[in-house]
Design a protein around this ligand. Structure first.
Ligand code: ATR
Length: 272
């Protein structure tokens, strides 16, 4: 029987993870199968348990189950423990290992694929939900000159600032609070693009931006990326690279082999 993996979420029909992991497996000659599992909102644990009982080796976890996966894990990697969210589970004997590869995926995409070093840069992270939480520590580890978190609800940004204060200096506030501040990198981790909405951003924050990065993606540039370009950002990137890079980190955790991401990113871009 082939080693079995899957992505679990709700909704799940449009997930690109099966395509990505199947491409990785072919490329690295790994004998495995990878599927997509829909779980009811109140049935995450049950579905995971049944997958595990059937011999499943690991899962990618997506919206809205990352917090439940964090609670389900019997052991956590350092980065998952600090993020308090899990996007990768590995089943080994009696253990459920929980990891979070989202932040590493973002950093790899920016540094390796886009060729922009985060060290000494002034970084604005927009949003204070699960997506933002997962990338704060990996961003801080690159030693930016500034990490600012801006959110529609400023208190949530301030709560993250407090929670991560042991790991580095963070500025926090509403979007308008950062009007007039100079940023090199502006990363959208809000879910606004999912609803084709645009956060109410001051237009002057893009004046010096080398890169505007949207963690979401769609077949045409998101409203955030269009707005950033119009207001002076030099380079735009969507979340396809991050999606493939976080998948590669999960694949490495499961199989101890690192697939090449560039051909898979190109394949995905041609399909979206
Ligand atoms: P996720 O896990 O995907 O991050 P979440 O925890 O629901 O989802 O968080 C969504 C984030 O997107 C929040 O930061 C939210 O801002 P609030 O905390 O003020 O709700 C942000 N967000 C969603 N829609 C937005 C919009 N139209 N404009 C600005 N921010 C938005």
């Amino acid at each position: 029987m082939l080693d079995s993996y899957a992505v679990i979420g709700n909704p799940i029909a449009h997930s690109k993870s099966p395509l990505i992991h199947t491409a990785f497996a072919q490329q690295t000659n790994q004998a495995l199968q990878y599927g997509a599992i829909w779980a009811p909102l109140d049935g995450f644990r049950k579905v995971v348990e049944s997958f595990r009982q059937q011999g499943g080796k690991g899962l990618n976890v997506t919206v809205p189950f990352k917090l439940e996966a964090y609670q389900l894990a019997t052991r956590l990697t350092g980065r998952a423990s600090i993020a308090q969210a899990v996007n990768t589970l590995k089943f080994e004997n009696d253990e459920i290992l929980g990891d979070n590869t989202d932040g590493a995926g973002l950093v790899r995409d920016i540094e390796c694929n886009l060729g922009i070093s985060i060290a000494d840069k002034r970084v604005l992270l927009m949003g204070a939900g699960g997506a933002a939480r997962g990338v704060i520590l990996p961003l801080l580890q690159q030693k930016p000159a500034l990490l600012a978190i801006a959110n529609r609800t400023a208190q949530k940004a301030q709560a993250l600032q407090q929670q991560f204060s042991a790991h580095g200096d963070i500025a926090a506030g509403s979007f308008i609070h950062f009007s007039g501040t100079r940023f090199d990198l502006i990363i959208n981790a809000t879910s606004a693009s999912l609803h084709d909405a645009l956060p109410e951003l001051p237009i002057d924050i893009f004046a010096h931006a080398t890169l505007a990065y949207d963690m979401m993606y769609s077949h045409e540039p998101t409203r955030f990326l269009q707005f950033a370009q119009k207001n002076g950002a030099r380079h735009m990137a969507d979340g396809i690279g991050m999606l493939v890079e976080q998948a590669a980190e999960s694949f490495f955790l499961w199989r101890s082999i690192r697939p090449q991401t560039k051909p898979v990113i190109a394949q995905l871009k041609s399909l979206i």
